[in-house]
Design a protein around this ligand. Structure first.
Ligand code: PMV
Length: 330
């Protein structure tokens, strides 16, 4: 039996602008998806994911159901299809179809923009491979998990699966449809408070909304996108220098620019302003917007409380540097 954990991520700077070739900065956080794999000898695959959280609510789905035999997962199909594809690719990787009991637990809300589906894919593949007594390099793991996301979603950036695999902070740029990720050296602790509310729009809808704004008002929107790219570059420098005060100011600017792009919501803005008023060095929405998560640069309990008072859920996080790892083995 092997338990593996893979971290979630937040986007510190650059969401949306990264779609147009500008840089972004992503950070792995010390909140994890845990997958325990126990091989079984009858060839069946079972999944127990009874405590996966959906936007703060606990949902129970397919308790020890037979993955191979079931074809209709109803409302849970999307969460389970990541696990199913990950198991298939892990079986191909080791060249054997050995059955397994998988138990999946998440410390983060699912579907909020924290990269939980990527963490599920990474941890499922890694736990299966290790439980069968094989090794897998991080490079192969990131590649297979990215394939899981592409197969399930149709298209996916490699960012989330890379963050769940390698951890740390990455400077991301996409050139000609290909993503380049550069690890950023960070010597300071980066205290983050994550606030979240249910999402009202999908990433796909928000990305296409920004695109149509860009097309209809290019002269206005293009400079905003360029400014976000410059904020990411300066944010990276501030982080490398351990200058959290400047980083906070840049987060505030980044949020304003995202508001101008039209991807924020009143609930996100309320949490951002509440966090700043309670003493955060900076705060912004993180990810695609339309609800989902915001981040505040702070470790103050007051900030966490302020987010909750305006209707969000909140938790504290900090930098994860190790990426995916085996946490227990017997
Ligand atoms: O909310 P998330 O983590 O899916 O972030 C989306 C980030 C975007 O820049 C809006 C889209 C993308 O593919 O980069």
């Amino acid at each position: 039996m092997v338990t593996v954990r893979a971290p979630g991520k937040v986007i510190l700077f650059g969401e949306h602008a990264v779609v147009y070739g500008e840089p972004a900065l992503a950070m792995a956080i010390n909140k994890y998806v845990y997958v325990t794999a126990r091989p079984r000898d009858d060839g069946k695959v079972t999944i127990n994911a009874s405590d996966l959280k959906l936007a703060g609510l606990y949902v129970t789905f397919l308790e020890n159901g037979d993955l191979v035999a079931r074809t209709d997962y109803g409302a849970v199909i999307s969460a389970l299809s990541y696990v199913r594809r990950a198991v298939e690719l892990a079986m191909e990787y080791v060249g054997k179809r050995v059955g397994v009991d998988l138990t999946i637990r998440s410390e983060m809300p699912v579907g909020a923009g924290l990269g939980t589906s990527a963490a599920v894919a990474v941890a499922t593949i890694a736990s299966y491979v290790h439980a069968l007594g094989y090794e897998i390099s991080k490079r192969d793991l990131a590649r297979l998990a990215w394939q899981v996301e592409r197969d399930v979603q149709g298209a996916a950036s490699p960012t989330d699966t890379a963050m769940a695999t390698y951890g740390g902070v990455m400077f991301i740029r996409s050139v000609g449809g290909e993503a380049f990720m550069e690890p950023v050296k960070v010597d300071v602790d980066v205290p983050i408070i994550v606030g979240y509310v249910p999402r009202v729009s999908t990433t796909k809808e928000l990305v296409s909304m920004v695109r149509s704004r860009l097309e209809s008002m290019r002269e206005v929107i293009e400079p905003i996108i360029k400014a976000i790219g410059m904020v990411s570059t300066m944010g990276r420098r501030a982080l490398e220098e351990g200058d959290l005060k400047t980083m906070g100011q840049l987060m505030n600017i980044n949020h304003g620019l995202l508001v101008a792009l039209g991807v924020s919501t009143k609930q996100l803005d309320d949490m951002v302003y509440a966090a700043r008023a309670a003493g955060a060095l900076g705060a912004k929405l993180s990810g695609a917007g339309g609800g989902g998560i915001m981040i505040a640069l702070s470790d103050r309990v007051e900030v966490e409380k302020a987010i909750e008072i305006v209707g969000g859920s909140a938790f504290r996080a900090s930098l994860n540097t190790k990426g995916v790892e085996v946490v227990s083995e017997d």
